[in-house]
Structures are given as C-alpha cells and as structure tokens.
Design a binder for this molecule. Structure first.
Ligand code: TEU
Ligand code: CA
Length: 543
C-alpha cells in the first residue's frame, strides 16, 4: 500500500514574524517567505507549516486571532498569501496552517458580542458569575472579570485569549466553516493548537489544587472531545486530501491513540511532549539537569506504544521550545552534537518536523536583560515567580534557558547587519552569534550542519525503510549509547550514536567493521571501533 504523502514528506515550520522581512519594518512577512522559496526547495522539505498569520492584536504573537479569514496587515494581504500558496504548490511543496480554536482574541467580534450579552453569541465562551480556582498556562488565574457583562470569562492562556465554548453547536459550525474556507482555497491541512483541551467538563467544576495547571483534570482529553473532533473529521477533513496534526499537551500514548488510531483518525498525528520534559519536572520552569537517558526513554516509549496503530511526529524544536542544541547538545562538540541529535530523531518512525533555524544549528539567545524579551509567557512567568518570592537572578536564569523567545529570534541568513533578516530594527533582537552561525556560511561549507540535514532529507526519499521500517531499541538501558534498528522487507537500518562527550567502545560498533556507513557525522573519520564524542553512524544492511 502506498503511504500517504504526509508520512513521506518532511515538514518545515516557519514562524513568519522571524523568518524574513521584505519591507524593512523589522517584522517577517509573506513576501519574505516567497523570496525564500528557493531555500525551501534546496532543503528538500515537502510541507510548510505556517505559524498563525491571521488578523491578531498580537498579545501572543498571532495565537490570539481576531479574524480567522484575513491576513494580519504586517504579514501582507490575502493576495500575497494566495501567491505564496500557488508558488509553493508549483514547487511541489504543500502548506498547512495553524488552527487556533481553543480560544480567540478578546478583540474578535464574537467575544465583543458575547461580552455585550448578544443572544446569538452569549454562550460562545465560558462565562460565570463567580470564578473558580483554575490556573492559566501562562501563570496566574484562568479567569478575568468583564465589567460590561459583569461576569468572569475563562482563559486558559492570556486574558486576551478567552476560551471558546465547544459545547455550543454554532461554535463548532463556525470552526468547520473556517477550515473549509482555507481548504477550499487550496491549503493542505492544519496544525491544531492545543486541541486536546478544547472540551471542558460540564459546569467547569472546582479544581483539585496543583502547583501548576490547576483544573487540568477538567479539560485534558475530556470525553466530549471525541464527538467534536469526530464531527470535524466526518464533515470537513474527510472531504479533502488534507492532513491534521494536533498539538496535544500532557498526553500519554494511550490517550494519543484515542485520536490517531488508524480506526479512529480524528487526527492524523499528534505532537506529544514527553521528551520535552527531559530537562525539567512536569513544567519547563522547574528545571533539572539534562541526562540523555531522559530523552531516550520517552522517545522510545512513543515509538513502541504507537507502533502500527498510528503514526508519530518527530520533532526537537518549535516556536515554544528552547533550541535543541543548547538544551541537549554540547558546546565543545557543537557540530557533532547538532548532527547527532538530528540523526537520533529523524531516523525514527514518523513524520519529521524541522523548525526554522534548527537546520543550521541555531542556539538559544539567552538575553540577560528582561526588556529584551517580547514573549507574554516570559513576562507573566517572571511576575508570577517574583510574586512567589523568587529573586530576579533566579528568574532570569530560568528565562535565559527556557524562554520561548530563544526560538523566536530572527532567522540567521548571513553575516550582514541583522543577519540578513531585516535592514531595519528587528522586532526581537538577533542572536549575537549570527556572524558564525548563519545559512550562507553553512552553504559554503561541505560538512556543515545544513549539509547534514540535507543528506538526511535526501536519504529519506531514497530509502523506504526510513519511512516505513519497524522500530526496535538496542541496548536500551545503556546510558551513553543510543542505538536502534529499523526493519523493512529484507533490509535493516542501524542507527548508532554516542550520546556523550567521552569516547565509547561497544561491541555493537564492531559488527559493522569494514562496512561503508550510509551516513556519518565525522566526515573522513576511519572506523577504529571506538565512537568519538557525539559520533553518529547509520548503516544499511541487506539480509
Ligand atoms: O502552545 C500550547 C502550550 O501548551 C504552550 O503554551 C506551552 O505551555 C508553552 O508554550 C510552553 O512554554 C500553543 C502554541 O504553540 C503557543 O505558541 C501558544 O502560546 C499557545 O498554544 C496558546 O495558543
Ligand atoms: Ca515586514
């Protein structure tokens, strides 16, 4: 059976604000993306995922939408968007949009009408006379009083992001219509923002108090959600050749399968977050020392648990996560750890997602000055932490490592002013390391991180085993060796890595003596039976 295109292709996530500015206002835009299509083609990716470009007051950089059918002025026009879509399609690249429908902006006409008590919109959101003890993902309370309506409204994110009431039939019809609008225009699918929290328990009961995310037992994977997503699948998604990937927070493999199992398919795949917890306890602000085993365990758990029942997503970064090389790599082995991490994740079974700049090994910006951060989450957490008595220094340490702005600094194209992102003042500072880390420099070096990413992408097109081979861990308990085997028809693919800064000898490596690796991140190194720091080897064996 032929695999669906969204199993074979590689997704490249663009954060439009930070990708390429074309009109010198310091903000990335659609025209900028169009100008960079040759770069996307040269990478070999097959799908672009655009973070939100809809009309938005920008409280949360576009994740607070005021008009789902139009483009934010600073990004361009609907015609620009249509041109981008057409040009990507001409280049054989598909496009998926971000679908943010857990909440709208408080400046969306629905919310304004709801706040005024307009009978049609009155129940589009969650209103209550009294607030309860639920807390927000961004720190602080999840309720805000609205003086006009004289009631509190629920917002699981910022107070400018009121949660939609999915129990309301008309809300669900509106969402379906929005999806159809973009699909009819030719869009190829959606990344559905925090989709597993859209259904809230009836009457929003009081929460079991927790240190973070109080109330979650009443909105995570609430059983009603399957009816709501089932409707969307039947009435909208199944009518198009499109795909959906749900962002599902705090999810277990079993819960994931309740959405993506091949007999259910309310969503085609989900983003899980277990491996993003490798350097923290439950919430990223409670940091702990990173250990490779804590990355290996969750990744392996998902490979094994999803198995043949569904399909995984493979990612290390997105616009919410710090840069993976800063988190899991090693500064003394920068190129080696960056390429090892890519090998580790992208030879597993699932659809690869690459976040802009990851392919050139961009690192955390770690600005030391709070004023250099733009992200609402960063500022809210700072306030919350300070209120709880934590020092400025302690909060800044957390922010420097974990702020979402680490991933949102402008794309580093070259070593000209502002890294070639803009000719004026960028909306968020460029990472000062852009003179050494940029696309141009990567392009001129044969063994760059970018060249390695291109090789992985090319290999995936050449060898079906990388897409459809079964996954199996090898020497799973080993703390420094990371190894697994993929099996497909009469082929086996071995992925062998030293996830440490010390040389590693292991009998597994000896088995491949004299064999030419399919991929190797130590260019020119001759096999000596010992894995160097962060060395990664991929072997293809025919039985
Ligand atoms: O993220 C959901 C989410 O869980 C994040 O808020 C997460 O807790 C945080 O980013 C970790 O640092 C999605 C979007 O990806 C994010 O950009 C939005 O801010 C959020 O939803 C609200 O729409
Ligand atoms: Ca611009």
């Amino acid at each position: 059976m032929k695999s669906p295109w969204y199993h074979e292709r590689i997704v490249y996530q663009i954060y439009p604000r930070s990708f390429q500015d074309s009109n010198a206002d310091g903000i990335g835009d659609i025209r900028g993306i169009i100008n960079r299509i040759p770069y996307l083609i040269s990478l070999g990716i097959g799908i672009v995922w655009l973070s939100p470009i809809y009309v938005s007051p920008n409280d949360d950089n576009g994740y607070d939408i005021a008009d789902y059918r139009n483009i934010q002025k600073e990004f361009g026009t609907l015609d620009d968007f249509k041109e981008l879509l057409a040009k990507l399609h001409q280049s054989g690249i598909k496009l998926i949009m971000d679908l943010v429908v857990n909440h709208t902006s408080d400046e969306h006409p629905w919310f304004k009408a709801s706040a005024e008590g307009d009978p049609k919109y009155k129940d589009y959101y969650h209103w209550q006379k009294t607030k309860n003890n639920w807390s927000s993902f961004f720190g602080g309370e999840a309720w805000t009083y609205h003086p006009k309506r004289k009631e509190y409204y629920l917002h699981l994110f910022s107070k400018k992001q009121p949660d939609l009431n999915w129990d309301n039939n008309e809300v669900r019809e509106e969402v379906g219509a929005i999806c159809r609008y973009w699909l009819d225009m030719g869009v190829d699918g959606f990344r559905a923002d925090v989709i597993n929290i859209i259904a809230k328990a009836d009457n929003l009961p009081k929460a079991k108090p927790q240190i973070a995310l109080s109330g979650r037992e009443h909105y995570l994977n609430n059983p009603k959600i399957h009816r709501y997503l089932g409707e969307l699948r039947d009435e909208v998604f199944s009518k198009y050749d499109c795909f959906t990937v749900g962002e599902t927070v705090l999810i277990t493999p079993k819960q994931a399968l309740s959405y993506i199992d091949k007999d259910i398919r309310e969503l085609d795949m989900v983003f899980q977050f277990d491996h993003m917890g490798a350097d923290n306890y439950f919430v990223k602000w409670f940091m702990k020392k990173f250990r490779p085993i804590n990355l290996k365990k969750p990744l392996s758990k998902w490979q094994n648990a999803i198995g043949d029942r569904g399909w995984n997503t493979l990612y290390l970064e997105n616009h919410d996560q710090p840069r993976s090389v800063s988190r899991f790599g090693h500064p003394d082995y920068y190129e080696q750890s960056a390429t090892m991490l890519a090998t580790m994740i992208y030879f597993q079974k699932g659809t690869p997602f690459i976040y802009q700049g990851q392919e050139i090994g961009m690192l955390n910006a770690s600005f030391g000055n709070l004023d250099d951060y733009e992200d609402i989450e960063t500022h809210n957490i700072y306030k919350t932490g300070r209120k709880l008595g934590m020092s400025h220094k302690r909060m800044m340490k957390k922010i420097m490592m974990m702020s979402r702005d680490n991933a949102r600094t402008p794309m580093q194209w070259d070593d000209s002013v502002n890294a070639g992102f803009t000719s004026s003042e960028p909306w968020l500072k460029v990472n000062p390391n852009y003179k050494t880390i940029n696309v141009l420099k990567n392009q001129t070096q044969t063994n760059s991180i970018l060249a390695y990413y291109r090789k992985i992408i090319a290999l995936r097109k050449e060898h079906e085993i990388i897409i459809n081979g079964d996954y199996e861990d090898l020497y799973f308990k080993h703390k420094r060796l990371y190894a697994y085997r993929r099996t497909f028809k009469d082929e086996q693919l071995y992925v062998i890595m030293n996830f440490s800064s010390k040389p590693l000898r292991h009998s597994l490596v000896d088995e491949f003596k004299g064999l030419e690796p399919l991929l190797h991140n130590y260019p020119g190194k001759v096999f000596d039976g010992i894995l160097s720091p962060y060395e990664a080897l991929v072997y293809l064996v025919k039985k």
